[in-house]
Design a protein around this ligand. Sequence first.
Ligand code: IMP
Length: 461
Amino acid sequence: MTVTIVGSQLGDEGKGGIVDVFGDDADVVVRYQGGDNAGHTVVHEGEEYKLSLVPSGAIRGKVNVLGNGCVVNPRTLFDEIDALRERGLDPDVRVAERAHVILPYHRLLDGIEEEVKSEDDDEIGTTGRGIGPTYEDKAGRRGVRVGDLLDAEVLRERLEYAVPQKRALVEDVFGLDVADLDDPDALDVDALYDEFSEYGERLAAEGMTVNAGSYLAERMADGANVMLEGAQGTILDIDHGNYPYVTSSNPTAGGACTGTGLSPGVVGDGEVIGIVKAYLSRVGSGPMPTELGGVPGDTPGYDGDPEDPQTEREELAVYIRDEGHEYGTVTGRPRRVGWLDVPMLRHAARANGFTGLAVNHVDTLAGLDEVKVGHTYTLDGEELRTMPATTEQWGECEANLRTFDGWEATDWAAVAAEGYDALPENARTYLEYLEAELDAPVYAVGVGPGRSETVVRENPF
Ligand code: IMP
């Protein structure tokens, strides 16, 4: 069977930890979208591993597949594999031949376009990894696929077509001089060809490429359990998210089909687990109706100091940010934080069809007298139970808060060992409210970063 893991908010819900816990029963862990924009931290036997591309199953000896819906930067891929090997692990990573390759010019263009947009305060706040430009080339049918790296002639042909266009963009549209760039080789066909054909040779030598859909179908026919690991989250989905403040792929459950080659029937036959953080965080720009305290440049109209709170709300933001370690895994940026946004979660539950929930960071909120949630929104005098479709409307929504009694910090590892009923009663009331609103049972509750700090109520496999 398959278990699909989807972020229900704005990414950083702690998907890696849940993949890690439920992944014990998986034979194969597959990422179906995104690239090295997806920071995940896994703690295993006291060791912390930070990965941005390789699935977290690599730490536990699973077969890991980067599906066709992913965009793969071979520099990051091999850096991460080599770093894991240096730490004594032997990661088994396969890459879909149909996945697209992030080339240095994609990162270059990601940076240039953000810079240009920032002149009007319109930047997305991307991770700068070249994700958007790579998906643009995929949709524009001028991309380089992983399979192309293995065929020197095809690779050269693709580069000879694409690179002059990118050079013209940089020079004629953005008015920059290629010679002045930090990495002028990013626009040099020969340099790109030399570096990337070598990656192709390494992929071939290590037998790393697969036809993802048929590989996975064959494994499943042999009885393998497959975990489909979404990166980012529902509100960063290019279709169902908060456009244009989104990533360029589909983290929602439909992406698990198109991004792997498994059919909707196969994915729908399995479980779809929504990962929820018990509050909300956001990296980058865009509305956030339940925001507590801002981060300059990301929060519209906010130019305060995120570390020097001026109001009670900002103090709460600083408290939650520090307790929850809300700093980007990939970028190190402080994240914006706010109360849980339930209209957002209702939207996510519908778009993904959650069959179960995993709620993380319940420990982070411990010690607060009161815990609030945005239960509904008010927009133009009307109460809304779910998110409106446009960013402008969402930005005008006012959250109607509902207040819950807080819960005390406790020995969370002991709670995890004892089980769900050992959770503080007020925390259980909060979780049961979520189950009722999202019409899905809570399968797991995260009460700390380690694997032993997860309360498992039901294993989806
Ligand atoms: P991109 O994916 O680098 O193009 O960035 C687009 C948007 O998605 C930006 O707002 C990023 O901050 C956000 N984003 C991308 N990856 C992640 C992630 O792993 N966690 C949280 N936000 C992310």
